[in-house]
Structures are given as C-alpha cells and as structure tokens.
Design a protein around this ligand. Structure first.
Ligand code: SF4
Length: 442
C-alpha cells in the first residue's frame, strides 16, 4: 500500500520552507504527498506560535481531522513547528489522537521517529534543540522545490529576546548554516527552475559563518546565472551592518524592498519591548539606503498598543509611518504570549487598541494605494510565477513584492517581463504584457 502524507502549514515563510523540506525527508521512507486529506495515512500539522490562540487552533484542527477519519482507519498524526516545541508532551496528554510531537530543530529525526512509532505504536515527543545535526542531515536531501520563487533558510533562532516574542524559546539560539552549503542549495534550486530565492531567517541579517555575512551570500548567489532575483527576510535594525547596506549599491539582483521590522516609532516603547534599537538609528539606515538607491522602499512590522504605549508614543509611530511611507507592512495589536516577559503586563483598553490599529492601518493602506496608483500607465518588471487557477490570467510579482495579474502565456513563466499597469487596488496591480516592439513606453 502506498504511504501518503497530507501536510498542513500554519504561519510564516520559515514554516512553508520547513514543510517542503519535511516532504523531501519523508519521501526517503516511501511517503508521497497527497492534497486530499481523506487519502492520507499520515497527517502532519506544521504549527505557528506567533498569532493569537495558536495552541487552541491546533486542537481545533486535530478535531477536524478526527471527524474526517470518523469512519476510516486513523492516520499517524504528527504535530511539528513552534506550538509542538512549546507544548511538547502536554499535547500528547491532552489529545490522544496525536501520535508524534516533533520540534523545529528535530526534523532530521522525523523518519526514524515515524518508523519507531510504526514499529512500537508508542507515542513520541522529540523537542531537543539540535540545529547543527538538523541541517547536516537536510543538506544530504535534495531540496525539490520547483516553484519560480523559493525560500531558502540560511539562519534560525534568535538571541534578541524581545519581551513579546516566543521565537527565542521555540526556535532556540541563533544558528547560521555554513556558507558553502547554502550556495550549493541555491545552485540546486536554480537547476530545478527556481528564479527567485528568498533567504530566510528569524534574524536573517544576523547571519554569520566565520567571516561570511548576509552581504557575502547575496553577492555569491548573484553569480548563479539562472537566479534572477534575491530577497531576504526577516531582519533586525541592529544587524543592518555597513556591508549589507552597501550591497544595495553593488547587487543587480537584490530587490529594492527592505523589510525591516520597527514595531514602534517611540524609543520609550522600544525600550519597554527590549528591542535594542532606537528610532534615530532606524532613520539613519533609511537615509543611507535611499542615498544609495532612491527607488528603495521599506516595509515593516508594527505592534500596536504595547503595554506602556501612551498617546505620545502612539503619535510617534504614526509620524514614522508618514515619514518613511512604508508599503506592504504588517500591523497587529499586542496580545500576550505565554512564557514571554510581556505575558503578564497590563493591557491597554481594547477600544483604544482597536482605534490605534485602525489609524495605523489607514496610513499604511494609503501608502500602498498611493504607490499602486502612481504606477498606472507605467511599465514595470514582473517575474511571472504561474497561471492562476480558474482564470486565463497569469500571476507574478513586482520588484516590491506586489502581486500583479495580467494576460500572458505559459512561455513567460519563470521570466521577467514588462507589464503596463492599467489598474490597481490596495493589494494588487493589474496590467497588460508589453510586446517587445512597444517597449519604448517604459
Ligand atoms: S528579534 Fe524578532 S525573532 Fe527575535 S525576539 Fe525580537 S521579534 Fe522575536
């Protein structure tokens, strides 16, 4: 009987990358991927701890799986990711339907644990931090991502300990993968047809392997002819080193969108958050990058209504958004995560928090709308990713990551083409492919 695995992924890009690598791994013991949950004899839920009520979402999801298999033989149920790490054996006690709990730094043990489970039918909790062994194991397994745009994890974990964040506890200390190993993986991705590499890390710009930094990785990946675009996420202002800033003046493939989480525009709140950076330094980075290339734009993460954020502090955040004109940003109201320093702080009144979030999002959405409207009738470069489901249109992304929808053909997939923007809304640009003879419009 064929072994089929259904993988459901919650959360960030790192989890998406991990789910792909998990699939590459379990193929070695005979599993193939299925998109139909009812066909699966192994169900794997890769979880995220960042959003509200993460733990409860996992149990709800497992409840749904139970229902799907009410009248069938139960699949092996595996929970991986950050909730698995945070909850470990508690999960096995609370939900007997779960068979294996595997933390993010133990994926190299997954095949062995599945086989042991199949042999002994004994529940397993494996949540040791062992990043070195994990990546040593994974480097031997080919990354079979065949998407036009693919993630590539270069660093994991975090030593910053922002007071609101669970990452240092669920992903462990900072670990950077060896430089050569990453370059080999990038070459392998390019050979599979990948055209855009998004370098991933919880603190991606803290990357350090001997003397190699993120800037060296970018310049080395740039040399792979089939790779057309390079991005990285997520970074910390404290690690925006001179070499990384300068690489924006050297690289032709590094995209001009800098995702640099600031969280708040107020130094007082940044201190309360233990962010270890101040607004003056953030603005310096912004000014230096704009000087190098004025078309660089910024996106960011904002945590609104953090305990201690008074009216002035909130105004400072709004002013920063007005000044930098961030595009494509994320904003959330603070909600406490168990086990973090901020978990017991007195919350700001819900009504006030919601009002503040509304104001912040209004500014952010306006910036996006303005930027998109400005592009009307302009010709931009789009990397074509795929044909859209249930539509004759194609999907790609601008240099600033904005989704673009346009008429095209399969031959364009994986190429950078010129698209004339005819319309837009807050999140998406719509356009027409520009024929080579019409390129003068640009
Ligand atoms: S730097 Fe990022 S990942 Fe690290 S603790 Fe702060 S918010 Fe979390």
């Amino acid at each position: 009987m064929s072994k089929k695995i259904f993988i459901k992924t919650f959360g960030c890009q790192m989890n998406e990358y991990d789910s792909n690598r998990i699939l590459d791994t379990v193929k070695k013991i005979g599993f193939i991927k299925t998109n139909k949950i009812k066909d699966a004899n192994c169900y794997l839920l890769n979880t995220c701890h960042i959003r509200d009520k993460a733990k409860e979402k996992v149990y709800h999801e497992i409840g749904r799986v139970k229902k799907s298999f009410q009248f069938k033989k139960k699949p092996i149920v595996i929970v991986t990711g950050c909730v698995a790490q945070a909850e470990n054996e508690e999960m096995l006690k609370r939900e007997p339907y779960i068979d294996l709990v595997i933390g993010p730094q133990a994926y190299h043990k997954l095949n062995n644990k599945i086989e042991v489970y199949l042999d002994k039918q004994k529940k397993i909790d494996e949540t040791e931090f062992d990043s070195v062994a994990k990546f040593n194991y994974l480097k031997k397994i080919k990354n079979s991502s065949i998407k036009v745009s693919s993630f590539l994890t270069i660093q994991e974990g975090c030593d910053k300990f922002c007071n609101f964040c669970v990452v240092p506890y669920t992903r462990g200390p900072e670990y950077s993968r060896p430089f050569k190993e990453i370059i080999n993986e990038a070459k392998n991705l390019a050979d599979n047809g990948v055209k855009e590499v998004i370098l991933l890390g919880q603190n991606v710009n803290a990357y350090k392997d001997e003397n190699y930094r993120l800037s060296n990785l970018i310049l080395e990946i740039e040399k792979i002819p089939k790779i057309l675009r390079i991005r990285y996420t997520t970074s910390h202002p404290k690690d925006m080193t001179d070499d990384l800033i300068e690489v924006y003046g050297m690289s032709k493939k590094l995209m001009p969108l800098v995702h640099l989480p600031v969280q708040s525009g107020s130094d007082k709140v940044l201190k309360l958050m233990n962010r270890k950076h101040v607004i003056k330094d953030y603005l310096k980075i912004y000014e230096r990058l704009k000087k190098i290339n004025s078309s660089i734009e910024f996106s960011s993460d904002f945590l609104i209504a953090y305990p201690g954020e008074d009216k002035n502090a909130f105004e400072a955040t709004l002013n920063l958004i007005k000044k930098i004109k961030f595009i494509n940003s994320f904003s959330f109201i603070f909600s406490p995560r168990p086990g973090t320093v901020a978990s017991n702080l007195k919350l700001i009144e819900r009504k006030v928090s919601l009002e503040r979030l509304k104001l912040v999002q209004k500014e952010l959405f306006n910036n996006q709308l303005e930027m998109n409207r400005f592009l009307k009738n302009k010709v931009i470069n789009v990397l074509v990713e795929n044909k859209m489901d249930k539509s004759i249109k194609f999907f790609g992304r601008s240099e600033y990551m904005t989704p673009v929808i346009f008429d095209s053909n399969y031959e364009d997939v994986g190429k950078i083409i010129k698209v004339k923007i005819t319309n837009s809304n807050q999140n998406t640009l719509f356009g027409e492919r520009v024929k080579k003879s019409n390129l003068r419009v640009a």
